[in-house]
Design a protein around this ligand. Structure first.
Ligand code: PBG
Length: 324
């Protein structure tokens, strides 16, 4: 047997290629901020910006014309407080963005996904309500659920096609489903970040979203990076609570977890190529150490091959151009 026979020409290689990446598989994250005409560079993520709503609409139009599948929206509010009020306000930044995007023709081609979390909106930077206990502070699980449900509902009302809770509180999918159904938003799907690991690779995002915890870390709610079986239990629970799709995160250091999920469940699976994965590639590109175009596409192909149906990636627009 000679394996090289099928590698001889590009047309032969194309014929036997097992995995593909299409622009429509990609979801492009946007960081919305107050103001007009604002396009503020995020220093640790070359090519990523905080965008005012008008600028975000322009980005959306570009993304749509490139065939990108959807947008994932994060918000930087005017002001933060203890509870994260800005997350669910009727006139919150993501809600404003959703309304503007819905009014744009681009939204006919893009799935608008809203990230449901509180860390960008709380003064302490944690993903839930903080309470004091005998052992010090902690993020209180059950009192946070109501705030997350309120957030998801306000996003659905503002035009989100999908809500995506990323907080990692127990029971949040059920709480969000119940709130959506009770308000008549039965048709809004939940994409739950089912297995989200406490990762160093979120570092640059916290600059982009201004969401660094002001004390402690997220290890009491996000998962320990060593645990594959636990990730499967998280997925089972989120599906039992009513998640329509699951998101795995980060991607590259956890490709085995994506593969295991693929073999276990039938629901659509997304993977999030997170900020640190993006930034380390960008750093290598800047140094001339890696070929930008090839490494970008290879990083995405690996995630698809591991079993993800779609990928949240800051490379979405660039990759879509390369695939055109
Ligand atoms: C909010 C949230 C985070 C990311 C997505 N949603 C940050 C975190 O959990 O600290 C990270 C995304 C990225 O790094 O690109 N909880």
């Amino acid at each position: 047997m000679r394996m090289r026979r099928l590698r001889r020409t590009e047309s032969l290689r194309a014929l036997v290629r097992e995995t593909s990446v299409e622009p429509g598989d990609l979801i492009y994250p946007l960081f919305l901020c107050p103001g007009e005409g604002v396009r503020r560079a995020v220093s640790s993520m070359p090519g990523v910006f905080n965008l005012s709503v008008d600028e975000a609409v322009r980005e959306a139009e570009q993304a749509a014309s490139l065939g990108v599948g959807g947008l994932l929206l994060f918000g930087l509010p005017d002001a933060k407080d203890d509870e994260g009020t800005g997350a669910w306000e009727d006139n919150g930044i993501v809600q404003q963005g959703l309304r503007a995007l819905k009014a744009s023709p681009a939204s006919k081609k893009l799935v608008l996904v809203a990230d449901v979390c509180l860390c960008e909106y709380t003064s302490h930077g944690h993903c839930g309500r903080i309470v004091e206990t005998a052992d010090g502070w902690t993020v209180a699980n059950d009192p946070t659920l109501e705030l997350l449900a309120r957030t998801a509902l306000s996003q659905a009302k503002a035009g989100a096609d999908v809500v995506a809770p990323s907080d990692m509180m127990d029971g949040r999918v059920a709480a969000i489903r119940r709130a959506l159904d009770a308000a008549g938003s039965n048709d809004t799907p939940i994409l739950s970040y089912a297995s989200k690991f406490a990762s160093a690779f979120y570092g640059p995002f916290r600059e982009a979203a201004d969401s660094t915890p002001q004390f402690g870390d997220r290890k009491s709610y996000q998962m320990d990076g060593a645990n594959l079986r636990e990730a499967m239990r998280e997925i089972d629970l989120d599906l039992a609570e009513g998640a329509d799709m699951i998101l795995m995160k980060p991607a590259m250091p956890y490709l085995d977890v994506i593969r295991a999920a693929r073999e276990r469940v039938g629901v659509p699976i997304g993977a999030y190529q997170v900020s640190g994965e993006y930034s380390m590639l960008q750093a290598a590109f800047e140094k001339g150490w890696l070929d930008r175009d090839r490494a970008t596409l290879e990083s995405l192909l690996g995630i698809r091959r591991a079993g993800a149906d779609f990928i949240v990636t800051y490379f979405a627009k660039e990759a879509a151009k390369l695939l055109a």
